[in-house]
Design a protein. Sequence first.
Length: 96
Amino acid sequence: MSEEPPEPSVAPLLEALSVRRNAAVGAAVGVALAALAYVFRLGRAAGPFAGTRQFPVLGETGWFLLLSVVLASAAALLVTTLLTLLSLVALVREEA
């Protein structure tokens, strides 16, 4: 019987690139940015005058809350990607 070699794991790579830490930082930045944008919007500091637009089904607050979720996830993904790329560059420079 021939024994197959074990499948390679990506866990050491993820650990070396600090992906877990980068994802946590990205999530925190995304949530903070979305919360600030939502509070800014609730304060009526930006956007159309009341009554000039219609927001079906969820109402104005519901739609802007959904937009905040989209903003938070997009910002978290962007920050996580950038931090991971910086970790990769640092790791490559360290090895060279």
